[in-house]
Design a protein around this ligand. Sequence first.
Ligand code: KE4
Length: 430
Amino acid sequence: MSNRDLSSKLFRAAKEVIPGGVNSPVRAFKSVDGEPFFVQRARGSRIWDVDGNELVDYVGTWGPAILGHAPSAVIDAVSHAAKEGLSFGIPNRHEVEIARMIRDYVPSVEKVRMVNSGTEATMTAIRLARGYTGRDKIIKFEGCYHGHVDSLLVAAGSGALTLGKPDSAGVPEDLASLTITLPFNRPEAVEEVFREQGDEIAAIILEPYPANAGLVFPKECYLKFLREITEKYGTVLIFDEVMTGFRLAKGGVQELEGITPDLTAMGKVIGGGLPVGAFGGKAEIMDHLAPDGPVYQAGTLSGNPLALVAGITQLKEMERLDGWSRLDRIGQQFEDGVRDILRELGRDLTLNRVGSMFCLFFSEEEITNVDDVKKTDAEAFRKFFWAALDRGVYFAPSLYEAGFISLAHGEQEMEKTVEVSKEALKIALS
Ligand code: KE4
């Protein structure tokens, strides 16, 4: 059992002045019935907590740390940019550079607007779709999480699901009633809604590979089906690639699947660890945004020079290091290692992985949507999480979250992960 005395002391102090002691609920470790550790520093694949425990990190600040933590190139670039100014509220050259990079990387993007979080990106994409179509209703899918947007905190995943509150208090019923929530991977459910009210649907928003209720995948042709039915009814198709974008491929899932949405929400990797979100898509739709169009959106820190320089540098490093194909290889090595352990233990647990994102479920069933995830063994997951943490490997503190591998996860990390995971699985499954 690791010593986490100073973390406990800090957590007690935090709870006196911060709701729940955290600035984002999933960090409270409630779903694993424990207290969070407090981080001291992070570098590469490692994090060190305030009690000096060193951990191999598979959360990677929930996705941004694709190169590993605090990559030198990003640190140097941000340090240099800081000397020119921390924030301007005035157009700056970095905004043009990152917009061009995003346009060139992401198939759906002709124009893009930078914001400060994934939530802002999805919130504005929804508003833009409503303003562009003149319609009010939207469709989202159970278990998908799109940030803490009023219209989207309905049957939401991630922290909302973790805390057992997929429908947040404080969202007016009149507003929530405009959000139609459907089961993922069930085309017939979507067809029924469109038959009845297709001309009232402004947008469908989804994570093309949902990763906020574990990690699940669309069934064959499901994304193509959604693309076709939205085209038929003039509904805006929004891919929320805040998590998958710039990670699973340069152009995200829409590149892998060859399905081009009308709008894409982005974030995480393009901020290099600093606060950045973005949404982009067809110029015809994006041009409805202020100042030229009637849909308002704004942000004091949008296009912040330090955040954009961090994102630009991280993307350029991914290019220089041939990062996307290397991540696929490291991810395959991770999967092979885990499957070897499961074979040795004689337990055929379900491991869903794509590229550098993964989720191990304590179930031997196929996991295709959030209802399947809810049936997995939460107690076994909890025991696995703590056993791994006490042995120096930090997996996401919720069975509804995905894991993230970075370019900094090398042979040493893989060996340690296999050794620790074997021990942790024996404890979890005993
Ligand atoms: P942020 O507002 O947290 O930057 O992004 C919201 C968001 C939007 N869309 C997707 C697909 C997302 O995964 C997220 C946020 N992801 C969670 C992790 N599952 C952030 C962690 C947290 O809430 O602390």
